[in-house]
Design a protein around this ligand. Structure first.
Ligand code: GTR
Length: 328
């Protein structure tokens, strides 16, 4: 059997042959990250890169490009499919445009809290979602924490869904969050992450929604200084690699990449907890109005119909979410 025929029999891509002579000796990849260098996801990306280089004796080199240097998240997802970026850390909401079933992560109030969320991500449900990334030619390696997403606006603070009437909220491309905002009673504008600050400043939008560390690192609180902790979504961050890049490695090295990525989750989660606490302090010191809700029910009720519709469409996802509740 020729090498090519053998590779085909084993289900390996031709790239894995490294020109017909087995896996490539060494690879040098790029990892796209939208956040700045000190953000928890970026620090975990860097840990992953360093550890991978160490454990592969320098055969696998990954350079991390923070601050959206390789483009906004949506563009990077496209570049991955074209093969010009190998690794990408992105938010699950963005993936929905490329793998429609990932829109399920945007279902509001799907998870009861942090523990339920991580039970899901680290269980069969979370793995099944990672496997779906093959539809866009990628391999899902690991999840990172992103806490809960909440609304922030300038002008009048949002205390109840009705307060969103006439307010225009920025949402991520590819997500179902526009519908969430509309069910709350507001209007929604899809916009890249890097455009949000000036969008608020110039009055194109009245606010956005995100977790505390992103609200702080982007300094959006300077232009939208009311935060309402309504926590409508928990949407994970995901580290992924293109299948064509993965195919360049031997089976053993592929295993190493997966292992190191999984370990980087623990690194990120610890940094995340610290960052959330620090962000809260920064916001308090800056005098941001933080509206804590004793009862999130008015927000939950406003999206109950939408949640039911999407739960019907993504039944398997919701069954796995339900099962993860019982394991708590
Ligand atoms: C953040 C996420 C980013 C980006 C951003 C956004 O929470 O970490 O990757 O997706 O939200 O709202 O665009």
């Amino acid at each position: 059997m020729t090498t090519v025929a053998l590779a085909a029999t084993l289900g390996l891509g031709l790239a894995a042959c490294g020109g017909g002579g087995g896996a490539q000796e060494s690879v040098s990849w790029r990892l796209a990250e939208t956040h700045p260098g000190d953000y928890p996801t970026t620090q975990a990306d860097k840990w992953f890169a360093e550890e991978l280089s160490k454990r592969s004796d320098g055969r696998i080199t990954v350079e991390v490009y923070p601050d959206a240097q390789l483009g906004e998240e949506r563009d990077v997802l496209e570049q991955m499919q074209l093969g010009s970026v190998e690794l990408n850390r992105t938010n699950a909401n963005l993936v929905g445009e490329f793998v429609p079933s990932w829109k399920a992560y945007g279902i509001p109030y799907a998870f009861e809290g942090e523990e339920h969320f991580w039970n899901f991500l680290q269980g069969e449900g979370g793995q099944a979602k990672l496997d779906e990334l093959s539809e866009m030619g990628a391999v899902g390696l690991a999840y990172y924490d992103s806490g809960a997403r909440s609304l922030y606006t300038n002008g009048k603070p949002i205390e109840k869904p009705d307060d969103l009437a006439g307010r225009n909220i920025r949402v991520q491309p590819g997500s179902i969050t526009a519908e969430v905002v509309e069910e709350f009673g507001g209007s929604a504008t899809t916009m890249d992450f890097g455009e949000v600050y000036s969008g608020i400043e110039t009055g194109v939008i009245d606010g956005a929604e995100n977790n505390l560390p992103s609200y702080v690192s982007t300094r959006h609180y300077e232009v939208a200084d009311n935060l309402t902790l309504n926590e409508h979504q928990r949407v994970p961050e995901v580290l992924m690699i293109s299948q064509s890049a993965m195919d360049q490695l031997s089976e053993q090295d592929q295993q190493l990449v997966r292992e190191v990525a999984k370990e980087s989750t623990e690194v990120q989660r610890e940094l995340w907890q610290e960052e959330v606490a620090e962000s809260r302090k920064t916001l308090e010191d800056a005098g941001v109005t933080i509206t804590e809700l004793d009862d999130k029910k008015p927000f939950e009720d406003a999206v109950a119909g939408l949640k039911e519709r999407y739960a019907g469409q993504y039944g398997e996802f919701m069954d796995a979410v339900e099962a993860a509740k019982k394991q708590q």
